[in-house]
Design a binder for this molecule. Structure first.
Ligand code: PLP
Length: 473
């Protein structure tokens, strides 16, 4: 069947909104992430002027609950003077010095503090300026590690469909969201995909346990097919975040880790979203999923998004395997001008102080179930297909049966309408196409959760009415 294309007014670009926008003329020269070039120069984006707690304020003074918490990063909430002061103080004293030959108090102190918090023997940290660069550096470290160990053929990476690991060449290559793959080139020779562990998409009638076993068997079969002597690492987010907050079946990660150990494959846990409190713990791998990875990557919540910073954690074992007499005099020629940036590290220290002093991990453990329960109530809406999540991250996936519209455009139509209505009502959603991901600041209260869910409900209802009126639903 020929799919009907949406009209221009029905179609809204991928990352803009039909909400009450103030438009900044200069913004038309800024290329944004996931820019829709079909409407480049005309895309309207709300200008946000300031933030306080869980709220953002636009230039017209409208208060918006920050549903996604920035990009799941503003963990301690907006407007924290303490972080700003720490950064300003550091910037005034010393804004920068080269991390190649020098170090600074904040970088060293943060390294010590983070490795003490990281699970098990992840006692070594490499700083980056983003999550993508953390993943990139982790993968480059794995290649370096196997070269130093005299195993240059052990380079292949196994990753998962629906994963998102970043936007550098390598981190994008190991990302598995099909809809992001259309217009770019990727490393393909050494990257292999296994299926997404999304229980919602399991075949009708199959138990979650069987589904999980099948996913594990697929991982092992893929390792065997490529050859364990050629597979270097498996990379996995504890919860597939941008893929739609996919929470894998119980025991999935532990079983994956067992398979990896059995075949001498390193396990990289991408905690760019889950670390620093999102699931009620500083790190989720061990505390939530009962696994001890070889490498953990982080970013985002490490500074609550106040300033860019990422960090890769490496185990004692890995470092010992390539150090001293075993080093072959190799140099790890991977680094960034801003590795261990003192201002970012000072901000990260202040951020950790807030998380600890205000008991935010405990708060998430206490309020997380209420957040999930309230979101789950949206299941009764006719266009809601699934609601899932954990801790303070959740996803409301909307879907409609429509044989008359192209699937992608139809899904954008849903997401953009929900987004616009919610913004009018005071909630920022910014769905991933048809998936409304909520990842608010960890400071959110019960009353604010009630507001968030109430607005989301009305927004979805109004969007549903629009879709009916427009004949899309
Ligand atoms: N890994 C995960 C799990 C992410 O969700 C993201 C970003 O959303 C990244 C890596 C990339 O991080 P960044 O955007 O800081 O480069």
């Amino acid at each position: 069947m020929q799919h009907q294309r949406l009209s221009a007014s029905q179609r809204v670009s991928t990352n803009t909104t039909g909400g009450p926008d103030a438009v900044h003329a200069g913004d038309n020269q800024v290329i944004h992430p996931w820019e829709a070039f079909g409407s480049y120069g005309n895309n309207r984006r709300t200008i946000i002027e300031r933030g306080e707690g869980v709220y953002l304020y636009d230039t017209d003074g409208n208060a918006l609950i920050d549903g996604p918490g920035g990009m799941w990063c503003v963990n301690v909430g907006h407007g924290r003077r303490e972080i700003a002061d720490a950064a300003a103080e550091q910037m005034t004293r010393l804004a920068y010095c080269s991390p190649w030959s020098l170090t600074t108090g904040p970088a060293a102190e943060l390294g010590q503090r983070l490795t003490a918090l990281a699970p098990g023997d992840l006692n070594h940290v490499f700083f980056t300026a983003s999550g993508s660069a953390a993943i990139d550096s982790a993968l480059r470290f794995v290649m370096f590690y196997n070269n130093v160990r005299g195993r240059p053929e052990k380079k292949h990476i196994i990753t998962r469909r629906d994963a998102y690991h970043g936007s550098t060449y390598l981190s994008a290559s190991v990302s598995g969201k099909g809809r992001d793959k259309s217009w770019f080139d990727f490393e393909t020779d050494t990257v292999h995909f296994v299926s997404s562990p999304n229980p919602y998409r399991r075949p009708d009638g199959m138990s979650v346990e069987t589904f999980c076993d099948q996913r594990i068997a697929e991982l092992e079969a893929t390792i065997e097919e490529v050859g364990a002597e050629r597979v270097a690492a498996f990379v996995a987010e504890p919860i597939l975040a941008s893929g739609g907050v996919i929470v894998p079946p119980p025991g999935y990660h532990r079983k994956c880790l067992e398979i990896c150990r059995r075949h001498d494959v390193l396990y990289i846990s991408d905690e760019v979203v889950t670390a620093f409190g999102r699931l009620g713990h500083m790190f989720a791998s061990a505390d939530v999923f009962d696994i001890q990875p070889d490498i953990i990557t982080t970013a985002k919540g490490i500074t609550s998004g106040y300033i860019p910073l990422g960090a890769v954690f490496l185990s004692d074992r890995l470092v010992a395997d390539i150090s001293g007499d075993k080093s072959n005099d190799a140099i790890f020629t991977n680094g960034f001008t801003y590795s261990g940036h003192p201002v970012a590290c000072a901000a990260a220290l202040a951020n950790l102080d807030i998380i600890e002093r205000e008991g935010l991990l405990e708060h998430v453990r206490e309020i997380g179930p209420y957040f999930q329960q309230r979101l789950a109530e949206l299941r009764d809406l006719p266009i809601v297909g699934d609601v899932r999540g954990m801790g303070l991250v959740g996803c409301v996936e909307c879907e409609i049966d429509s044989t008359t519209h192209d699937a992608l455009e139809r899904d954008y139509a849903i997401g953009n309408r929900i987004d616009a209505h919610c913004q009018e009502l005071g909630l920022l959603v910014r769905p991933f196409v048809n998936m409304c991901v909520m990842s608010p600041p960890l400071t959110i209260t019960r009353e604010q959760i009630d507001d968030l869910v109430g607005i989301l409900r009305t927004g979805i209802e109004r969007a549903t009415n629009d879709l009916r009126r427009e004949g899309i639903f």
